[in-house]
Structure formats: C-alpha cells, structure tokens
Design a protein around this ligand. Structure first.
Ligand code: M6R
Length: 607
C-alpha cells in the first residue's frame, strides 16, 4: 500500500508533491520518489527510506518542473531499494502505483519474450513497460494507458506522466481509492483528500473502474466501459493545518496525551442535553430493526469490535459476531435477514475491511461505518457514518482512535439497550452521565506515566510478555500485546485469564513479565486466582487495578499500578491508557522508531 500524488501546477511542483507525500506517509515509508516534466523532458528522483531522504536528495539535486507525480512506498514485491522505488519509468512513460498487479508475472513474461527488459523486482513495473510497448506500436499516450488497464488484474490506483506532455496526467483506479483535486488553472490527483487538503478543497472521487484524463483545464472521467462519466465535485472540509508534535517527543505520546480532549469531543458529538440523550447523525438507526450484528475490522479496530461485542450482547441482548476482515471476506459467511453490519476503521481505507463491507452490500439490512476519516472509502460506501472525532492520528500505533472507537461503540450499545427495552431509561442515563466524566478519569490515568516509564525500563529487557484480562478486559489484553509488539518489537501475547492454564502458562518463568488488567469488577476474584497461579510459577506480575483491587489482591506482585475507580462498563476505555503507555515507554527505552515502526504502515490499503 502506497501513497500517490500528481500535480499539474503553475509553480514548481517538487515542493508541493513532497508536502502532499508527507500527508500520505501513513501509507508507507520504505521509499519515496518524484518524476516531473522539465523543459518538456521527463526526469525523476528516488530515495530509499523515509520521505526526509528524498527531501534531502532534492536539496542537492533539485527536480524542476511544473508537472509531476510522486509516490511513497510500502514494499510488497521487491525489497525497499532505489531501483524498486516509484516512479517507475519505461521510455517516455513514468508511473506511480498503489495496489498489487496480480497477473504481472504472465504479462512480464509475455513482454520479455518480445524483447522488453525489466529492471525491478516489482509488480508495478509492468504497467509503464506495457504502456510504452503499446506506444511503440503506434498508440498515443492516452490510448496506450487506457489499453494497458484492460490487461491488468488485481488492485490499483495509477498515475501516469509522459515525456513531452507538460499538460497531461492519466489516472485510473480499480480497488484502490483515488481522488482528483480541482484548483485555479491547476489540477491534482491524490490517494485521498487529506493529501490534497493544502492545495484544494474541491474533490472528485473516481469510482471503481474509472480512468481520468487530467489537464490544467479540468478532468474528463471515463467509466469502466469507456463512456464519459459525470462524477460530482464535492467541497471537502479538511484540517489543512500541518500536524505538529506539540512539544511531545513522538506523535504517539501526543496522541495518548490528547485522549481526554478528543474523547470529550467524541462524547459531545453524540450526547445532547441533560439528562443526556444519544443523538446519531443523519437519519440515525432503528436498533429494534435487527436480530443480530456482525462487526468486521482489522488490528486495533478489530479489538475495539471484540470489546463492543461484550457491551452489545450484555446491554442490548443483540447477538454479535466479530471477524477480522481478511478472514471474513473470503469466508463468505451467510448474512441472515435483519443483520446490522458494522465496519470499524480509523483510516476508512483498510483494503480488507472495505472488501468485507462490499461483500455485505445488498445482504445486510444496514451498513454502518465507525471511522475517523469521514471522507474515506469505507465511510462513502456505508449507509450511515458514525465519525469518532479523534482528529488526525499520525502514529502508526493506534491510540486515541481506539478509545474514541470504544466511546462511540459503548454509546451505540447503550442506545440499543434503551431502544430494545433491555435497560431502564434511568440506568442508561446514569451510564451516560458517567461517560461524560470519563475524560477527567483519563487525565488521572495519564498521571501514571512516570510510574509506567520506570516499569518499562525493565520491560524493555524482556523477550516475551504476556497480557491477561477477563470479560471485556480480555480484548484489552490483546490490544496491550499488539501495541507492545508493534512498536517495541518484543514478542507479546494477550490471553483470556481463564485460558492461561490451558497451555500458555507453560511460557511463564522468572523472565516473563505478565501484565494483568483487572479492575475490581465482578470477575476480579477469578482473575486474581489466575494471577496467583502465575506468581506461584515465578512469573513477574504487573497488576493494573484500582485501589479496591490492590487491597484485595494481596502481596506478591512485582509492581501494582493503581488506576482511578471507574464503573465496570467503561473500564476497557480507561485501562487502554496504561496499556498504551507501557508500550510507548518500552519502545522509547529500546530506542525503536516509535511513530513509524519497521515493516508497518498506518493504513493497509492492500490485502
Ligand atoms: O485504519 P484501520 O483502523 O482500518 O487500521 C486497522 C489496523 O491496520 C490498525 O488498527 C493497526 O492494527 C494499528 N497499527 C494498531 O496499532
């Protein structure tokens, strides 16, 4: 998954493209590159690693030109290297690609047999090679690029630039999103509207199978059968401000710290009046119209769904099925009548989640997107969008998006409980009033940061770490482990506390820290028993609990962190804070790249 951008400008485009790529770096940071038309001639610069390396290269070796395309790469086929970096070039064709060309081997073999030479290990290189081959056969650039599309299988968003053509970008999408930006005498192409936000707020989204001929005078869009298509221009409200760390060492630290504020925003958007009522956007949702819920997502968003399953089932009686999107999409599960399908995604661009959503279209009674980016593909293809209002999340490790997802989902569960007559109105209002005070509790939880940092210096020496939780704290144990793995590179696993003795307890010895997340709730005594079983085998337990829990748990833990008292319902939201801080401080102690950990990308737009 990669970020792509194209600009037909009135000024030098290299700095504009670099700025747009900065906003797309969440899609990958293995390499970056730019091609421009300078004095009618195509030229390019490419660098391995983060965008800063390309910026540095451009200082020493500038790339003039008022037309250009750019790319930030997350490697799929071929290691990160200059050769494999985009834009790929074949003769007079330069091209950037997001997606995977699945039939590239057979197309490449065919061209090799015809004498074409390939330089890279990528799937993408076939695209410009094929286009140039067709141009060698007499086709013009637009005809050749259009013909190329008909050969390609897989997913792609593509942007082409042609030698000698200063006023032409050819773009196309199938499976991967692409947006056209309209300026004054300038035109733009980008993987998303965020990339184009500083340049324009007028956006046309290409639809599946569309191709676009872009010139400074405007854009002509063709549908998959080659007919001229009329796609609307939308005015997009985007935050143009450069995202800063606001004095924090890392974006992740900033995003953890701003949770009380953004969660407060999320709650305010949905809770109106006193006593509080839940107001969903648009026409809302009749939660009595469903007999079951299916929830689909990836990574941390999937763990938010698992937490919501506990809430929805317990509070509203609705049976809930939760799937990881990459399994759901090929499992082809039956979707019975009266199913509500909920897709949760920070970016709204995750390829597997989007494909799962498309599978449910026409089958589920209603499709709801819980997203952070309201203009994303997942939002645009849903019947109802529930934005989480977390603000732009830059750190690859999802933090504030997780707690905002949970906040929106717990409100949805309470709304379902009320509408379906599973909970008296007064009880729901009591919960909602408490929810309004959760940001304050979160501030208190953040004050544990120094204590957690002290623990993290030791945790950084561990090879394996276990996280335990019961009930709704079990998905949080999974989330604690995922956070630690992805940014500190320490092997970590989350387990349901009661499951430990069915195998994983064999891992426990003096070297293995075990993080137990156990507020003093109805299941506390059982979790403490599991903790005792760990300590009896020499395990080093970090108990995260409240003052009641600490008193009742007895001695023997390695460390105990005392959290503010919180009603059981909201504990998974509050306890996310120490889980995030443990991962963060451990990663800092290990000196890893906290905001852009190795091998990862913020948004996974390939399957
Ligand atoms: O944008 P999405 O919420 O759809 O992304 C899903 C996952 O890729 C994401 O949550 C990932 O697991 C995070 N890096 C976890 O911190």
């Amino acid at each position: 998954m990669c970020g792509i951008v194209g600009v037909l400008g009135t000024h030098e485009v290299s700095p504009i493209i670099v700025e747009a790529l900065k906003r797309l770096e969440y899609r990958g940071y293995d390499s970056a590159g730019i091609a421009t038309i300078n004095d009618g001639h195509l030229d390019r610069r490419r660098a391995v690693g983060k965008l800063i390396n390309l910026s540095d290269l451009l200082v020493h070796d500038p790339l003039p030109g008022k037309s250009g395309i750019g790319h930030t790469r997350w490697a799929t086929h071929g290691a990160p290297s200059v050769t494999n970096a985009h834009p790929h070039r074949a003769g007079s064709v330069a091209m950037v690609h997001n997606g995977i060309i699945e039939n590239f081997r057979e197309l490449r073999d065919d061209l090799i047999a015809k004498g074409v030479v390939f330089e890279t290990e990528t799937d993408s290189e076939i695209v410009p090679k094929l286009t140039q081959h067709l141009m060698d056969g007499g086709m013009g650039p637009i005809e050749a690029a259009t013909k190329t599309l008909s050969y390609l299988e897989g997913a792609f968003a593509l942007c082409f630039l042609f030698d000698g053509e200063d006023d032409l970008i050819f773009a196309a999408r199938k499976g991967s999103p692409l947006a056209i930006g309209h300026g004054e005498g300038e035109m733009f192409v980008g993987s998303d509207a965020i990339a184009l936000a500083p340049m324009t707020d007028k956006i046309t989204y290409l639809e599946e199978g569309d191709s676009a001929v872009v010139t400074r005078a405007g854009v002509q869009i063709f549908d998959s059968s080659g007919r001229l298509a009329n796609r609307p221009v939308k005015a997009i409200k985007m935050d143009n401000a450069r995202v800063e760390k606001a004095g924090h060492k890392h974006f992740m630290a900033k995003e953890i710290a701003e949770q009380p504020v953004v969660m407060g925003d999320a709650i305010t958007h949905y809770l109106k009046g006193a006593p509080p009522q839940i107001a969903l956007p648009d026409a809302g949702l009749d939660l009595t119209a469903f007999d079951r819920v299916t929830m689909v997502a990836c990574g941390t968003a999937h763990l938010a769904c698992l937490t919501a399953k506990y809430w929805l089932e317990r509070l509203s009686g609705l049976p809930v099925e939760v799937d990881v999107a990459s399994e759901f999409r090929y499992r082809e599960p039956p979707i019975p009548a009266r199913t509500l399908a909920i897709f949760v995604s920070q970016s709204g661009e995750t390829a597997d989640t989007l494909a799962a959503l498309r599978f449910c279209q026409g089958k589920a009674d209603k499709i709801v997107a819980v997203v952070n980016v309201p203009e994303s593909s997942i939002a645009r293809e849903s019947d109802l969008v529930l934005p989480i209002h977390a603000g732009i999340e830059i750190g690859v490790a999802s933090t504030k998006a997780f707690t905002c997802q949970l906040s929106v989902l717990v409100m949805l569960a309470l709304k379902a409980a009320l509408e379906r007559g599973h909970m008296p109105v007064e009880a729901v209002q009591t919960h909602l009033t408490t929810l309004r005070s959760l940001p304050g509790m979160m501030n208190a939880a953040l004050t544990l940061s120094d204590d957690i940092q002290a623990i993290a210096t030791k945790l950084a020496e561990a090879r394996d770490v276990l996280f335990l939780g019961r009930g709704p704290m079990y998905p949080l144990a999974l989330e604690g482990a995922l956070k630690l793995k992805e940014i500190s590179y320490i092997h970590a696993e989350g387990y349901a506390s009661g499951e430990l003795k069915h195998g994983p307890i064999a891992l426990v010895d003096k070297q293995v820290p075990v993080i137990v997340m156990a507020p003093r709730d109805a299941l506390f005594d059982k979790t403490v028993s599991n903790m005792q079983e760990v300590m009896a085998r020499g395990g080093k337990v970090v108990l995260i609990t409240d003052s009641d829990g600490a008193r009742l748990a007895g001695d023997g833990t390695w460390k105990t962190l005392i959290m503010p008292m919180v009603p059981d319902l909201f504990a998974p939201i509050l306890y996310a804070v120490p889980a995030q801080l443990l991962a963060y401080h451990t990663a800092v102690a290990k000196g890893t790249d906290v905001d852009q950990p190795r091998n990862l990308a913020k948004s996974v737009t390939v399957e």
